[in-house]
Each structure stands twice: as C-alpha cells, then as structure tokens.
Design a protein around this ligand. Structure first.
Ligand SMILES: C[S@@+](CC[C@H](N)C(=O)[O-])C[C@H]1O[C@@H](n2cnc3c(N)ncnc32)[C@H](O)[C@@H]1O
Length: 258
C-alpha cells in the first residue's frame, strides 16, 4: 500500500511574551542582552510590546485622566489599555503587575514557563482603571512589598525568571534545577579560583574531589543558610526527619561556610 507523501512534523511556535507598556524601549533594551537576549535571538521565545498610546483616539494621544472621587495622581484610562491588551490577541494568561497582587514566586515562573503565551500589563501613574482589571485580567502579580513607579521592571522580572526555565535556554540543563527555591531552600554558597583569596581559603571539602561529601556539604550549607536568612521557607521545604531534627537542635545557627 502506498504510504503517500511523508507528513510534515509540526513544530510548535516558541512561547510569546507580550508586554503592554507606555515605555516599550525599557523592555526592548533588556530583552536584547544576556540570557534572555540569546534565547530571543535563537528563536526560543518571542518578546514583543504593545503601547496603549498607539491605541488612543484623541489628538493628544492621552492615556491618563483624573481619578473619580478626587485625590492625588492620575489613572490610566480604560480604553487605550484595553484595546492594547486585546490587540495582542488571545493569550494563555493575561497578568497585571501590581503591588496589590499576590507575591510572584519561583513556582509561578515554573507554571508560566509551561504556557505558550503570556500578556503582561504594566501600570503607570496610580494604576489602571479597575474595570479593565475586572474584565481582561486573569492574574495579578506583585514582585515585592514596595512601590515602583511603573510595571516594566516587574514585567521584566517575570519574563526573566520564566524564560530561563524554557528548554534549551540555559547552557547547562542542570543549572536551573539546583538554584535557590528549586527545592524550597536557598542555594549553598559558591567559590571559584584562587583557592585562597586575601587569606581566605575555600572550604576544604570543595577541593577534596569527593563528590558525595561535597553534595552533603552543599545540602547542609543550603539548610543552614535558609534557616538563618529565610526560616519561613523551611515549613514547606522537603526535608528528611534527620535534617529537621538538626535544625531543631540548633545546628542551623552555624555559619554555612564552616
Ligand atoms: C506608582 S505604581 C502605582 C501604585 C498604586 N497606586 C498603589 O499604591 O498600589 C505604578 C505601577 O507600577 C507597577 N508596580 C509598582 N510596584 C509594583 C510591585 N511591587 N509589583 C508589581 N508591579 C508594581 C504597577 O503596574 C503599578 O500600576
């Protein structure tokens, strides 16, 4: 029987990250450099921007107006930003970056890295008319308990943390697996040559060539650092009974480099 012409293998398009912003150059300059820049150049992801100002209808191209009810500052008008979001087409998730959102985490970056498209909406002024948030936004994310003057840095934080998890982006496939938060803990300290610098030697075990002992030292250093700096993370980290007991016994108060 004739099999007919070979079927073309469908190649999925790379994930697309669209940033809705009044300052597209801020996004473009960042995504041209470093790990993100290389990934974009290699076609592993697409990052593009939409400017609400290009979706205004008045001769002044105005994107903000005074708040109903009075008060300081201006508010982003619903029309231009809504049309900008819609011009990006359907997306797996539309995310508003805002100090009122839930805190962004490594788990979110992992979840976002599995989506084929993400629209990130950046506010300026006092923020965006709530009706846009209520009707066009799926998720609201904050990058920390402080107020920035615009959402672009937050959108870039989300893009950077997400994009570096895409297959093929990091040179060493393991390097994202052993970083801080990947196992719920902060990462162990790193050292490179020279072995002694300003009279400070690196921990001797790292020069031993004994892989099991090095791994054990790194695990312990990671636990101690987490206990000292971010004890809140330990509650949900995957620890053995012995590790939990060590932390209860106070081992965790030692410096991680001993
Ligand atoms: C000056 S801020 C608005 C702050 C807002 N009036 C408030 O008090 O929550 C302007 C924009 O910056 C962005 N932004 C500021 N801080 C942020 C944060 N911690 N995380 C994410 N986005 C933030 C948001 O897009 C926000 O709409």
């Amino acid at each position: 029987m004739d099999d007919g012409p070979a079927e073309a293998t469908a190649v999925a398009p790379p994930p697309r990250y669209t940033v809705v912003t009044l300052f597209p150059d801020l996004i473009r300059s960042y995504v041209a450099e470093g790990v993100v820049g290389r990934a974009v150049k290699r076609g592993l992801a697409v990052v593009d921007t939409v400017d609400p100002r290009d979706h205004t209808t008045d001769r002044y191209r105005s994107v903000d107006d005074v708040p109903f009810g009075g008060g300081a500052g201006m508010v982003m008008k619903p029309g231009p930003v809504a049309r900008a979001i819609e011009s990006a087409g359907p997306a797996a998730r539309r995310v508003l970056v805002t100090p009122s959102g839930r805190l962004f985490s490594q788990a979110d970056a992992v979840a976002f890295s599995r989506l084929d498209s993400l629209v990130l909406v950046c506010g300026r002024y006092e923020g965006i008319d709530q009706r846009v948030c209520d009707t066009l936004i799926d998720d609201e994310i904050s990058i920390g308990d402080y107020v920035l003057s615009g959402g672009e840095l937050a959108a870039l934080v989300v893009i950077d943390a997400t994009l570096r998890l895409l297959p093929g982006v990091l040179g060493n496939a393991e390097s994202a697996q052993h970083e801080s938060f990947s196992d719920g803990l902060l990462e162990h300290p790193h050292y490179t040559r020279p072995a002694t610098w300003r009279d400070l030697p690196v921990p001797p075990v790292l020069l031993s060539g004994h892989h099991a002992r090095i791994e054990a030292w790194r695990r312990q250093a990671s636990l101690r650092r987490t206990a000292r700096v971010r004890p809140d993370l330990l509650a949900s980290a995957a620890l053995t009974d012995a590790e939990r007991q060590d932390l209860l016994d106070g081992t965790s108060s030692h410096e991680e480099t001993d």
